[in-house]
Design a protein around this ligand. Structure first.
Ligand SMILES: [Fe+2]
Ligand SMILES: [Fe+2]
Length: 130
């Protein structure tokens, strides 16, 4: 997936983070396809988790500042995704992964896209409601 104008939340900092996040995810997938050891995959996942976590904190701060009504539900979705990636990271570290990197790529791409379109764009609609 790639960022496009129709994904804009109307908040520059959030949009920039979405662009960085999408780029980082695609870079991670490309590296996995090129072949990473288990240790390298864990390090790459840690980087991705840090970026995602930082983004969620920032986005939730923005949502609080603009008094977005669905913030609690939104924050819950963020926590659920972080737990999911965290779990994949642990399974990768332990070598007990039942999901292949392709599974996680599919899951993450779909999640990222759907979450931005269905949830993050509520920021745009809230800012442009009148
Ligand atoms: Fe979000
Ligand atoms: Fe977001």
């Amino acid at each position: 997936m790639s960022w496009k104008e129709s994904l804009s939340t109307d908040v520059t900092s959030v949009d920039r983070q979405h662009q960085d996040l999408i780029a980082a995810a695609q870079d991670f997938f490309a590296r996995i396809h090129a072949g990473l050891s288990r240790g390298e995959t864990v390090v790459a996942l840690d980087g991705l988790i840090a970026l995602v976590s930082e983004h969620f904190d920032h986005e939730e701060r923005v949502m609080r500042n603009i008094a977005l009504p669905s913030l609690a539900t939104h924050a819950h979705l963020h926590r659920a995704l972080l737990e999911e990636i965290q779990e994949f990271r642990e399974e990768t570290a332990l070598g007990t992964n039942e999901r292949s990197p392709a599974d996680i790529e599919h899951f993450l791409n779909l999640w990222l896209y759907r979450h931005i379109v269905e949830e993050d764009l509520k920021i745009f609609h809230h800012l442009n409601r009148y």
